[in-house]
Design a binder for this molecule. Structure first.
Ligand code: GDP
Length: 487
């Protein structure tokens, strides 16, 4: 039966070794139960501490989530503007979507980890283009922020908002001085502006003492598009928990992505139909993601040459052997030596066409049969369109079922596929100043995404983490010297 995936050679069970809680309705979210069969790698086992944190989180979400008396009580606190948080049994974290799908997923995943670390309940403000992408991740509860949530104009929250943590500090409406912080009254909600244009005072969010202050706020609204997990590793309050939850540093995004994200049935239908029709029969699947950033475009000829140079350097795509194609040298009489599927994922059809033509015109070494496939070519990124986002999500998942991954550096879309796949990808170098990179690509030191720090410039107060230990596992990214990643 070709529509069946090859069973995972890691033998991952359908709940990822207890990462997912049992008991969810299989029909409402097929991917939750079926996806473990499609992944080729599950390189780590989740720690008992992580599993406990997740079960505790699920219980908290069930107790405090929308529709519960606790939620109603907390909304009353918000409406009254009261800052008495001592009595609050439930505290919340509202995530506001921003930017492309890969960015959103990485930011949401980081925010979920932050909720685990701060004992908050994560709620998602779902915009129209962000619906019917994912299943509800927490059993018996919803993570969708109810539409009657009383904070008006959430889409206008930004760096200028009076409620932003940075502005509350600047206008002395809140204090991060240890002596004042303990006794002060805090607003019923605070908005953490961690997105575009953030200032140094906004960046203080990532500091230990500021986290102690923010811990008193019942409702925290947060917006960014960043994989900010590496920054959480620099906060002493979280040091211990992080170490216990993730003994292997490079497993953070891998576990959290597989825990949190389950494509909706509509997206999963696209994924499984495509996989069954084009990829299932191959003995090896090679995922190639080509992202041409508007700020780093180079001619398609150059990009294709870069892909091929990288492939030769790292041994990714099947080698070509023209001797095989000569008369009398045919080796395919007894069937192909092995079958390979190259999945090309890109907004453009160009690279797919070129790769496909290469294996049409030339034989692969060893007589391998090579199929080349591309699910869609949307031509350009479209904002605010659900069907466009659904295709993007389906393709992130199709890539994540690869045996080998070649992605584009700096692409959050590519980072998400590697994390889900549990694979260290080879990453194409991104052109600087429209110049073709000298080194075509690098092999990633870990499967963790890079945290793209833009103008990050904050001096924190308070207890510090062990800097030597931090330097051992937080390194400069291979694809972006201004970024940091866990290894
Ligand atoms: P990044 O810009 O590469 O970091 O990734 P994002 O996901 O944040 O933003 C890029 C957006 O462009 C995606 O969310 C998609 O909407 C679209 N996009 C980029 N590359 C592809 C692709 O290969 N396939 C599809 N279907 N969409 C893509």
């Amino acid at each position: 039966n070709v529509s069946r995936p090859r069973p995972s050679d890691t033998g991952a069970d359908e709940l990822f070794g207890g990462l997912l809680a049992a008991g969810s309705d299989r029909r409402t979210c097929r991917s939750r139960y079926e996806s473990p069969r499609y992944y080729k790698h599950s390189p780590y086992t989740a720690s008992a501490h992580l599993l406990q944190k997740l079960r505790d989180y699920e219980a908290r979400h069930k107790k405090c989530g929308p529709g519960t008396p606790q939620y109603a009580k907390s909304i009353d606190i918000l409406r009254s503007g009261s800052s008495n948080t001592e009595a609050a049994e439930c505290r919340y974290l509202v995530w506001l979507p921003y930017n492309g799908l890969g960015n959103r997923m990485l930011s949401l995943l980081s925010t979920f980890l932050y909720a685990l670390l701060t004992d908050r309940v994560l709620l998602v403000r779902s915009t129209a283009d962000f619906t019917d992408l994912f299943c509800e991740p927490f059993p018996g509860a919803t993570w969708n922020l109810p539409p009657d949530f009383p904070v008006a104009n959430m889409s206008h929250l930004g760096v200028q908002s009076d409620e932003s943590y940075g502005n509350l500090l600047r206008h002395s409406k809140i204090s991060n001085q240890p002596d004042k912080a303990v006794s002060q009254a805090v607003p019923a909600y605070v908005y953490a502006h961690l997105a575009h244009g953030l200032r140094v005072t906004d960046q203080l969010f990532y500091c230990n003492d500021d986290q102690i202050v923010l811990g008193k706020v019942t409702w925290l609204l947060l917006q960014n598009d960043l994989y900010y997990v590496p920054l959480l590793y620099d906060i002493a309050e979280f040091e211990d928990e992080l170490r216990r939850m993730f003994p292997a540093k490079e497993s953070v995004s891998h576990f959290l992505a597989r825990y949190l994200f389950h494509p909706s049935n509509s997206v999963w239908g696209m994924v499984t139909r495509y996989y069954g029709s084009y990829l299932a029969q191959a003995e090896q699947r090679i995922g190639v993601q080509v992202r041409m950033f508007p700020f780093a475009t180079i001619p398609a000829d150059d990009m294709y040459k870069q892909i091929m140079a990288c492939s030769r350097q790292e041994g990714i795509l099947p080698e070509i052997d023209d001797e095989l194609a000569k008369p009398g040298n045919a080796t395919t009489d007894n069937g192909a030596a092995s079958s390979k599927a190259i999945l090309v994922v890109s907004l453009h059809a160009d690279y797919y066409e070129r790769i496909k033509r290469t294996y049409y015109e030339h034989a692969a070494k060893g007589g391998d049969s090579v199929g080349v496939f591309q699910p869609s070519h949307e031509e350009r990124q479209q904002r605010g369109q659900r069907s466009h986002n659904q295709k993007a999500l389906a393709e992130i998942y199709l890539l994540s079922f690869s045996d080998v991954l070649l992605t584009t550096g700096m692409s959050t879309f590519g980072y998400m596929s590697s994390s889900l796949a549990g694979l260290r990808p080879t990453m194409l170098a991104v052109a600087n100043d429209q110049k073709v990179p000298e080194t075509p690509c690098v092999h990633a030191a870990s499967m963790e995404p890079c945290c793209h720090l833009m103008n990050f410039n904050v001096k924190c107060r308070g207890k510090a983490v062990d800097k030597e230990e931090l330097a051992r596992h937080v390194k400069v990214c291979e694809d972006l010297p201004r970024g940091i990643k866990l290894v």
